[in-house]
Design a protein around this ligand. Structure first.
Ligand code: DGY
Length: 325
């Protein structure tokens, strides 16, 4: 019997061909809602899913009795109910490694753009306000030589830290579940508890995954501990931060500015003040969004699902217990 796949993110023709060579593919180039009747119908027969940006609920799994594997086109897997997947023996695969450097570029872009006020000052020119030499009112803050505090030191955190230490001569501090002696040696990085990191850092950059433990990890208490000159950068997930506490901290001058690629609600609701604040650089979740990297991520997901549905171990497996169980 030919297995069936539901693909719910845009894939290249060559990637679709690879899948169609092995499986029957129901392809939704753009899926606006998980309630789309054609999608729900396809789900009922699916052995595999490939896609991203869709919250998969236990109820959806109830409607997908044949499902064996999901290949997410993302490194983050907070959209998936891991315990339910484990219970049902459904493999979950993600796309680490191929997006590390691109996402770190985005992190550093936010550090630079926020410190040097690049977006705000580009708008200043567009408005025709550049009528005389700029002065104090347009000055920003240095990045080189400052202290970069990384909350989370996984692959992406380490890639940002490397840019800071080796490219910009920054002192790197990090708070992480465990110290990373190899990075300490490579970058002169120093492990700190969270409070010490918040107090000492000029830039505080969040890269932890969203889990039950990290939800709202950064709130009023944490912003109160940062320097008033601190710049806060989030490229992890919006829900790691209490967004209203962030808005208060920015408005009340507890911190200087923020660079944000992720938000509690995405797309940002129309009434969010964040994109309109002069001391905020807000981006529409572009972390890994380059042509090269999104193609590589989709290819990793295709490779993962091909292996998983043939009973072979996928390249990047999230839930070992479903594989072992
Ligand atoms: C991921 O891969 O989890 C990213 O957030 C998508 O850009």
């Amino acid at each position: 019997m030919t297995k069936r796949i539901v693909a719910f993110r845009r894939l290249k023709e060559s990637q679709l061909d690879q899948l169609r060579h092995e499986f029957h593919v129901d392809y939704f180039e753009r899926l606006d809602s998980a309630d789309d009747p054609a999608f729900r119908h396809a789900l009922r027969q699916a052995h595999g899913l490939v896609g991203a940006g869709l919250r998969i609920t236990p109820e959806m799994l109830d409607d997908a009795p044949r499902l064996e594997a999901i290949a997410s086109i993302s490194v983050g897997y907070d959209n998936y109910p891991i315990d339910e997947l484990n219970r049902r023996g459904i493999l979950l695969c993600n796309t680490p490694d191929v997006l590390t450097e691109t996402t770190a570029d985005t992190g550093f872009l936010l550090i630079m753009a926020t410190a040097r006020r690049a977006i705000e000052l580009a708008e200043f020119i567009k408005r025709g306000d550049w009528q005389e030499s700029i002065g104090d009112a347009q000055f920003g803050s240095d990045v080189h030589g400052k202290t970069l505090g990384m909350i989370g030191m996984g692959r992406i955190g380490a890639a940002i830290a490397r840019r800071g230490a080796l490219g910009f001569g920054m002192k790197v501090l990090y708070s992480n579940a465990s110290p990373k002696p190899a990075l300490d040696a490579e970058l002169g990085a120093e492990h700190r508890d969270m409070d010490a990191l918040l107090q000492e850092s000029d830039f505080v950059c969040v890269t932890v995954p969203l889990t039950a433990e990290t939800e709202r990890l950064i709130g009023q208490r944490e912003f109160a501990r940062m320097k008033s000159s601190a710049i806060f950068v989030n490229i992890a997930r919006g829900k790691v931060v209490d967004e209203s506490a962030l808005i208060d901290a920015l408005n009340q001058g507890h911190i200087h500015a923020a660079g944000l690629d992720v938000f509690e609600q995405e797309p940002l609701p129309d009434d969010s003040p964040l994109p309109h604040m002069a001391n905020v650089v807000a981006l529409p979740h572009i972390g890994s969004a380059t042509h090269e990297t999104r193609t590589a991520m989709a290819q990793r997901a295709v490779d993962n699902i091909l292996l998983a549905l043939k009973g072979e171990r996928p390249i990047s497996l999230v839930n070992e217990s479903a594989w072992n169980g």
